[in-house]
Write a protein that binds this ligand. Structure first.
Ligand SMILES: [Zn+2]
Length: 197
């Protein structure tokens, strides 16, 4: 049975999403075996990132500088803002590499059940940006959940005076996805977003 610092390490690793106590022990053992090639570089990266991470005051992205690298990138199209719920959604959009505009991270979605109202999200900042910046289109990419849809409708109401075109991501069938493996919500959303061919 692990003792002292190692036990503490396992306890902390077990708090990471996707890692339970069992996989935390495996990860800890792997780190201990790769002390110089993995554990020490990881420790340095964690410390440096923890010291410098901040929230972009313009778009809500997480980065080590404010404004973030995306906001400052002169190659990005400043006439388009894609509104997402979380930084993880921004990362997913960036991975797809098809989008070259700016972002706005809400920090969640409206939820009556969880007591998340408009003031808990970065909505006022979005309205200001859509009004004051040279924005032509706001792409609302909130999730296809009920709360995500509610948030999208709320944003449409709030942005109605901002003189921007508002669009929604078509939530649909993933490329190569078989309908059988999709949940009902995804199929319904894909059906509702259907286009003439
Ligand atoms: Zn930013």
């Amino acid at each position: 049975m692990a003792q002292g610092e190692i036990e503490t390490l396992i306890g902390l690793l077990a708090k990471l999403p996707g890692l339970g106590p069992r996989s935390a022990r495996r990860a800890a053992l792997h780190l201990l075996k790769k002390r110089e090639t993995l554990m020490q570089p990881l420790a340095r990266a964690l410390e440096q990132t923890a010291d410098s991470v901040c929230v972009c005051s313009r778009c809500g992205n997480l980065d080590t500088a404010d404004p973030c690298a995306i906001c400052l990138d002169p190659r990005r199209d400043v006439s388009t803002i894609c509104v997402v719920e979380e930084v993880g959604d921004l990362w997913a959009m960036e991975r797809s590499a098809g989008y070259r505009g700016l972002y706005h991270v809400l920090g969640g979605r409206l939820s009556a059940l969880d007591g998340i109202g408009p003031d808990e999200l970065r909505i006022a900042g979005l309205v200001t940006r859509a009004t004051d910046e040279p924005v032509k289109e706001v792409i609302i990419a909130t999730s296809a959940t009920v709360d995500g849809q509610t948030t999208a409708h709320y944003l449409q109401d709030r942005l109605v005076d901002a003189n921007v075109t508002m669009t929604r991501l078509a939530h649909g069938v993933p490329v190569g996805g078989e309908l059988d493996f999709l949940d009902d919500g995804t199929i319904m959303a894909a059906l509702n977003a259907r286009r003439a061919v």
